[in-house]
Design a protein around this ligand. Structure first.
Ligand code: PLP
Length: 446
């Protein structure tokens, strides 16, 4: 088999350089570029740029491509849909694929009893609508979210998000009645029992910040995504469920990044064996087509009256066709199980890096949602400066591996490779990452 990585020019190559110079003139600076190359085409885990360089892509458009780039089944479904109809607005002229997608999604959603779904375009939109639904279901105004949370960039989603730069600074005032509680961080928490400490913090807030009977929803990521792939203790998630039950609060699991098999279960929340009332989904649901959804208890979704949630394009026919193909691929190729196998391989390598390199403070994750947290040294646990982490990532890119950071200090390297990745490409990427981290571990830091 030909090696996936094939670098033919200096990076960026001449054609990418020329196109990116044009980008600089006409595209808003906020659209800053991570990978300084311009794509020509992609397939599976490989991305080829306009200069003919091919990279291993472990970002998948930030976790959207669990089935890989241009998966044949997704492409075929899109080709078939393109000539039938492109858009109606489901609420104007409905189509079967939207309904079938709900049926298949609900069949895989771990919630007992009658369930329903509604589709939107982006993760942020799913979050906005989940909160609207929870408010309508409870008649209450407040929402509880968590330290390091990321839920998107629209007003409510941004208000729920934790990190100030670049997501919030300068953008207030934020949505009112949003209260932030501690989310356990086993690697950094000083408490001997991070779950109990975080739950005590949340319970205390009902006394000092917001009365429990005012709270419509608790929204949490079952594994934090942008916040650094932080895995909470099972006891904390179960505690959230108990608190929600005790006070009639809607529990929302934001699975936009952790869902769709990434963690070795269809939904990360299945690891805790806890039911959420609502689950938000997005990213890998559409294999690159913009689609997201809210799924959950029927009586909660049905509290939103006709017309109160929606949007012109939500659940667009092309996106539904892609998402149905994604379900076929998951079933045929057993991708949930694949995520578990990938995760074991990555974890073995990451654990070894943590054991060997002072630079690697923590190795963590669930399934194929894995990360290493980089520190100045293991004893101080001081986060490695973001500029150094960026230089490390650039060294990976120079060798043909595209990986990205996460974390409140930008010092976590996370893996979002397709779950269809061949073992050879998994090992290739792990070797590059290990070599680069080993090289940096030998350099003076600070
Ligand atoms: N929720 C979570 C957990 C996410 O990770 C993200 C994006 O990274 C979002 C919501 C927002 O999704 P989108 O960028 O599609 O609006």
């Amino acid at each position: 088999m030909a090696p996936t990585i094939d670098l033919r020019t200096e990076l960026p190559g001449p054609r990418s350089t020329e196109i990116l110079a044009r980008k600089q003139r006409v595209i808003a600076d906020a659209k800053s570029i991570y990978l300084p190359i311009v794509i020509d085409h992609a397939h599976g885990v490989a991305v080829t740029d306009v200069d003919g360089n091919t990279f291993l892509d472990w970002t998948g458009g930030i976790g959207c491509l669990n089935v890989g780039h241009t998966n044949e089944a997704v492409s075929a479904a899109l080709h078939a849909q393109v000539d039938r109809f492109l858009h109606t607005d489901f609420t104007m002229v409905p189509y079967e694929s939207y309904i079938e997608l709900a049926e298949r999604l609900l069949a895989r959603t771990p919630i007992d009893g009658p369930k329903k779904a509604a589709f939107f375009n982006s993760g942020a939109e799913a979050v906005e609508n989940a909160i609207k639904i929870a408010k309508l279901a409870t008649g209450r105004p407040a929402v509880i979210c968590f330290d390091r949370a990321f839920h998107g960039r629209t007003l409510m989603a941004m208000s729920l998000t934790s990190k100030q730069h670049p997501y919030k600074a300068g953008l207030g005032p934020f949505a009112p009645e949003v209260y932030r509680a501690p989310y356990p961080y086993p690697y950094r928490d000083e408490s001997a029992d991070p779950a109990a400490a975080a739950l005590a913090g949340l319970r205390g807030m009902f006394n000092t910040h917001v009365a429990a009977e005012q709270v419509a929803a608790i929204i949490f990521e079952p594994v934090q995504g942008e916040g650094g792939f932080v895995v909470p203790p099972v006891a904390w998630v179960r505690g959230l469920r108990e608190i929600a039950d005790a006070h009639g609060i809607v529990l929302i699991a934001d699975e936009v990044q952790s869902g769709f098999g990434r963690t070795g279960k269809m939904w990360a929340i299945e690891h805790e064996e806890v039911d959420a009332d609502l689950v938000t989904v997005g990213k890998s649901l559409g294999a690159g087509l913009p689609i997201s959804g809210v799924v959950g208890r029927a009586e909660i979704l049905d509290s939103a009256p006709p017309g109160s949630i929606g949007g012109t394009y939500g659940g667009n026919p092309l996106a539904c066709a892609a998402a149905l193909a994604v379900f076929d691929i998951f079933e045929k190729e057993k991708l949930v199980e694949a995520a578990g196998r990938i995760g074991q391989r990555v974890q073995a390598r990451f654990d070894a890096l943590r054991d060997q390199l002072d630079l690697v403070g923590d190795s963590r994750g669930r399934g194929a949602m894995r990360a290493v947290e980089l520190v100045e040294d293991q004893s101080s646990r001081r986060p490695l400066p973001a500029a150094t982490v960026r230089a490390i990532l650039d060294d990976c890119i120079e060798r043909g591996l595209v990986v990205i950071k996460a974390g409140i200090h930008d010092n976590v390297i996370r893996t979002l490779m397709p779950l269809t990745i061949p073992d050879a490409d998994l090992d290739r990427g792990l070797v590059i990452l290990s070599e680069v981290l080993t090289m940096w571990d030998r350099r003076p830091r600070g």
